[in-house]
Design a protein around this ligand. Structure first.
Ligand code: NAD
Ligand code: IPM
Ligand code: MN
Length: 352
């Protein structure tokens, strides 16, 4: 039996609610696959910031580094100025642990209602490889003459050759593993000419190593449209940090909603722990009411199991989710957070 050291950051709002269910499903599935998880909970987020002024200390960052993986719920709270926790905690971890791949599958499960007419699971099955450490997220820029009529705010997009190449390489490798073997670069090279050109040249160069992968390109505005009217166009997408953020919320909307969308912040070299989290945020509007769908977190647990080299366990979790979603679709029922967790725990146990 292999012991995995897992750091758990429930965070804010619905974060701790959905993470609790993710952990229950993980405990139910792990033993049959020779895994045991040793979890350490970290109290980070709004409560801690109010109490101590800290978002993430160097000490805690060091401790997190000593884990094999991190499971995160969500951060951000209306009582904390926007950006303090998002930058100070979430982005800090993505950057510090070199999570240059932000992996976001966009899949329509059978039975799940999509707002797209005449589209089914065969039409929507993509993998968005979002860059996770650069772009406009890098924190470069600043403000001049703040508060005056002459105020200037800049927020620079950072695109390094190394940073672009490593994520493009990962995306090609993923595309080569999939049946359709198609990679689409999503950018805005007609306007963001410097960065767009670097992405284009990089895709062309790395593509020479992957002759079996067909490559195309879409401007991000058109891609947003195609997500809605021709999602079958896409297989693997590689894109900039901000574009990837936006299109994956559209991806969530066309595949049953943000409550189902999973993500992994991955450091493929395993030099640092990778971090798995639902795509959604802390949802202050429904926090504490048992209304949050924990499925996105459970599917993020499946991504974590894949990353940890336990694909059978990952498939089993996905299978349980698929069954639960079909049943929910038939019943047309709304279930509470813990009812969904109960159902998924029972299903992963039954499959064994
Ligand atoms: P959000 O994802 O929290 O909520 C958007 C809408 O989706 C809300 O109506 C919410 O109720 C609903 N929703 C979200 N998750 C759901 C779930 N599991 N089940 C059912 N409904 C769900 O996005 P927002 O409102 O833009 O942001 C709220 C806070 O979360 C902000 O502070 C933001 O910065 C932060 N945020 C954090 C992360 C993260 O930690 N990765 C991601 C996005 C937003
Ligand atoms: C996400 C979130 C984050 C992002 C925010 C909270 C920093 O929206 O994980 O999609 O933009 O990456
Ligand atoms: Mn987002």
């Amino acid at each position: 039996e292999r012991t995995v050291k897992l750091a758990v950051i429930g965070g804010d709002g619905i974060g701790p609610e959905v993470v609790a269910e993710g952990l229950r499903v993980l405990s139910a599935v792990a033993p049959a696959h020779g895994l045991s998880f040793e979890t350490t909970h970290y109290d980070l987020g709004a409560r801690r910031w109010h109490a101590t002024g800290e978002t993430l200390t160097d000490e805690v960052e060091q401790e997190l580094r000593g884990h094999d993986a991190i499971l995160l719920g969500a951060v951000g709270d209306p009582s904390v100025p926007s950006g303090v926790l998002e930058r100070g905690l979430l982005l800090r971890l993505r950057f510090a642990f070199s999570h240059y791949v932000n992996l976001r599958p966009v899949r329509l499960y059978p039975g799940v209602a999509t707002p797209l007419a005449d589209r089914g699971p065969d039409d929507i099955d993509m993998l968005v490889v979002r860059e996770g450490t650069e772009g406009p997220y890098a924190g470069m820029g600043g403000v001049l003459r703040k508060g005056t009529p002459d105020e200037i705010a800049t927020q620079d997009s950072v695109n390094t050759r190394m940073g672009v190449e490593r994520v493009v390489r990962y995306a090609f490798a993923k595309a080569a593993e999939r049946p359709r073997k198609k990679l689409t670069l999503v950018h805005k090279d007609n306007v963001l000419t410097y960065a767009g050109d670097l992405w284009q040249r990089t895709v062309r160069a790395v593509g020479e190593e992957y002759p079996q992968v067909s490559v195309d390109y879409s401007h991000v505005d058109a891609a947003a449209m195609f997500f809605v009217n021709q999602p079958e166009r896409f297989d693997v997408i590689v894109t900039d940090n901000l574009f990837g953020d936006i299109i994956t919320d559209i991806g969530a909307a066309i595949t049953g909603g943000i409550g189902l969308a999973a993500s992994g912040n991955i450091n493929p070299e395993n030099a640092f722990p990778s971090m798995f989290e639902p795509v959604h945020g802390s949802a202050p509007d429904i926090a504490g009411q048992g209304k949050a769908d924990p499925t996105a977190t459970v599917l993020s647990v499946a991504l974590m199991l894949d990353h940890l080299g336990a694909p059978e366990a990952a498939r089993r979790v996905e299978q349980a989710v698929a069954e639960d979603l079909e049943v929910r679709a038939k019943e047309g029922s709304t279930r509470s957070t813990s009812q969904i967790g109960d159902d998924l725990v029972a299903r992963v146990a039954r499959q064994g």
